[in-house]
Write a protein that binds this ligand. Sequence first.
Ligand SMILES: [Zn+2]
Ligand SMILES: [Zn+2]
Length: 179
Amino acid sequence: MLASERRQIILEHLENSGRVRVSELTEILDVSRMTIHRDLSQLADEGHLEKVFGGAVARQSSDKDGCAMCGMAPRERTAFVLQCADGSQLQACCPHCGIMLLSARPQVVSALAADYLHGRMVNVRTATFLVDPDLTVCCTPTVLCFQDRDEAEKFQRGFGGKVMDLVNTQSYLRASMTL
Ligand SMILES: [Zn+2]
Ligand SMILES: [Zn+2]
């Protein structure tokens, strides 16, 4: 397992329970305590968590604004940033909210979303979306962003859902909201 995958798993545990223990992580990830301590230190340096005795706790994110659509705290894995004509930015918690905002706010000129697998920010106009798969990541129907259509299709084989471009995702969400 790559260090980045391990850290992703640690963050997911932290998100679910608000706190992680070194002893529990060594068991789940099958690595030494030292490795876990190194991971936690790096995640702490990056501002993802705070180390406490025997583990770590979620960082209180007072400096972050909520999603402009639903108010939920934005997540790194599903980050979505909208650029407005006046130079300001809006944040959404996930592509579901981001794409809703894109449809609702005429002042939005462009948007970037995190690739669900790799985390890098990609232009939503060229991205591929997996809509309504069998997993709930943030808001429903779930919308996941992929840079590569191939990867979206691979994900679809495991989790179902529909592979769409931005325009089709916008109409799908509009339709699902007016039901
Ligand atoms: Zn939201
Ligand atoms: Zn969301």
